[in-house]
Design a binder for this molecule. Structure first.
Ligand code: THU
Length: 131
């Protein structure tokens, strides 16, 4: 799947967003190395800290189905600015997806592509454990 299509899938995923508190709708589309697609959206809770971002929803859905190898994730919101993953999601992407392409879209459907290491340089990870 090309990245324009993946970005469009993230826009579609946004329609299931559940952000009653922030009203900030986010969708994510995660592509596996063998071209399978997993969608996610943000889901907020009355205890705000329990809310989950769109990226993590997509990653955990995929991992719970046994997926471990990923190629790219696209993210969409209604913002005119290019949306990039929050700090927590950058760590989750680093830990579980590795060095993938992160497709950050704006409300016009334009996108910029970043590598994980560009958004989370000098990351802490499993390599730092068990020393
Ligand atoms: N959010 C995401 O789902 N992904 C991002 O990349 C940024 C933020 C969600 C979390 C919360 O539900 C709302 O957007 C406002 O922060």
């Amino acid at each position: 799947m090309d990245y324009k299509t993946l970005a469009h899938k993230a826009v579609e995923a946004k329609s299931n967003a559940h952000p009653p508190y922030s009203n900030f709708h986010v969708g994510a589309a995660l592509l596996t190395q063998d071209d399978k697609l997993y969608l996610g959206n943000n889901i907020e809770n009355s205890t705000f800290g329990l809310s989950i971002c769109a990226e993590r929803t997509a990653i955990f859905k995929a991992m719970s189905e046994g997926e471990r190898k990923f190629k790219a994730i696209a993210i969409a919101s209604d913002s005119p600015d290019f949306i990039t993953p929050c700090g927590s999601c950058r760590q989750i992407i680093f830990d579980h997806c590795g060095e993938i392409d992160i497709i950050c879209t704006n409300a016009k459907g334009e996108y910029k592509i970043f590598k994980t290491s560009e958004l989370l340089p000098h990351a802490f990870g499993d390599k730092d454990l068990n020393k």
